[in-house]
Design a protein around this ligand. Structure first.
Ligand code: SAH
Length: 343
């Protein structure tokens, strides 16, 4: 059993045959959240540590590489117990350091511009494997549960979080648990390519996480060129589900919009975006595409991006061009993993 997969109740049950005193679970949980292995759990009797180590695993991932970018973001490459490799990126921000985590090995959504989907989906990550990215990086940066180095989490690494719904919801519970890392659910952002049934299910759970929706186009015809999933869900459906999320939770919804010259940046696109997001609290996050090997999609220049952003603002839409981080260290979704599994 991977102990980081468990919540405190489950951990209590697992520990009962070894030591049924209830404080043990809290002790062990704190060590786990600090990114430690059994051998480091110094307030536990050695015999208990040994027994646990024989039968279970504490941390499900190890950091294989860390590469610091010129802009101070750090790209991480991790190895899972079964040898699979995943990645993430740490972004220092004035408003709180943010860790971008992966939710799947690979991805089956097949977006045209994205490196994560190139080899398809390998498997889902467990809740503990998602949490393990946070515990490992927090520790790597010198943090622990009482002195956290990570304030915000974005589920924007490889994978589609809503395609791994149960594990992702459990991860959100675990990462926000007061006896663990205690990162508030409101400090978690979940990014989806727009799986509408699951967006509604998430809204109904009322977790209070921020929802980001990768919209990328205002017309189905163009969205289908960029995203395979657009064949299943129309722009109208995706917007309706986002609106439901806003109505149900009162949380502002973020729309991610990768700018592709000649495809989705006209004045009409800006007008349609304004129309689609009218009447809900929304923000448009305009993305400058990172170039991906083997993908022939041209983004736009910074100037063109700024001009499109201006058009939106003139129409009364809240919009910013996303500060791109880590492009010199393959910061975008799935790029580093691909470069390593290919080489
Ligand atoms: N599957 C989820 C989360 C992972 S992708 C989703 O689709 O939202 C996180 C964000 O990165 C998405 O908005 C995605 O469209 C964007 N992205 C993917 N590849 C990119 C690239 N090459 N350059 C810039 N952004 C990219």
């Amino acid at each position: 059993m991977i102990l980081l997969d468990l919540n405190i109740e489950e951990l209590k049950e697992l520990l009962a045959p070894y030591d049924c005193r209830s404080f043990r679970a809290q002790q062990v949980y704190k060590w786990l959240a600090n990114g430690c292995d059994f051998s480091e759990m110094s307030d536990l009797p050695k015999s208990l540590r040994d027994k646990l180590g024989e039968n279970h695993t504490a941390q499900p991932i190890v950091i294989l590489e860390s590469i610091k970018s010129k802009d101070s973001s750090v790209k991480f490459l991790y190895r899972l117990i079964d040898g699979n490799i995943i990645e993430g990126v740490f972004m220092p921000h004035d408003y709180g350091n943010t860790l971008c985590v992966s939710t799947q090995v690979g991805c089956r959504m097949g977006c045209e511009f994205c490196a994560s989907g190139i080899g398809g989906l390998v498997r889902n990550l467990s809740a503990g494997e998602i949490l393990g990215q946070v515990t490992a990086v927090n520790r790597f940066l010198g943090g622990n549960v009482s002195d956290r180095k990570i304030m915000n989490i974005v589920l924007m690494g490889s994978g589609e979080p809503l395609d791994n719904f149960d594990n992702v919801v459990k991860f959100i519970d675990l990462v926000s648990a007061p006896y663990g890392l205690n990162i508030g659910k409101r400090s978690v952002s979940l990014s989806t390519c727009g799986l509408t049934e699951k967006m509604r299910e998430l809204a109904d759970l009322g977790l209070g996480v921020t929802l980001s929706v990768s919209l990328h186009a205002t017309l189905d015809e163009y969205r289908r060129k960029l995203m395979l999933i657009a064949n299943k869900y129309s722009v109208t459906d995706v917007i309706a589900a986002a609106r439901y999320y806003f109505q149900k939770t009162g949380r502002r919804v973020i729309f991610e919009y990768s700018m592709v010259k000649g495809v989705n940046m006209s004045f009409l696109d800006a007008k349609r975006l304004a129309e689609l997001t009218k009447g809900m609290s929304a923000h448009i996050n305009l993305i400058m595409l990172n170039k991906v090997e083997g993908k022939n999609i041209a983004g736009c220049t910074k100037q063109e991006g700024e001009r499109f952003c201006e058009k939106l603002r003139e129409l009364g839409v809240s919009a910013t061009v996303r500060r791109s981080m880590g492009s010199d260290v393959a910061g975008a979704c799935g790029q580093l993993r691909r470069s390593r599994i290919n080489g």
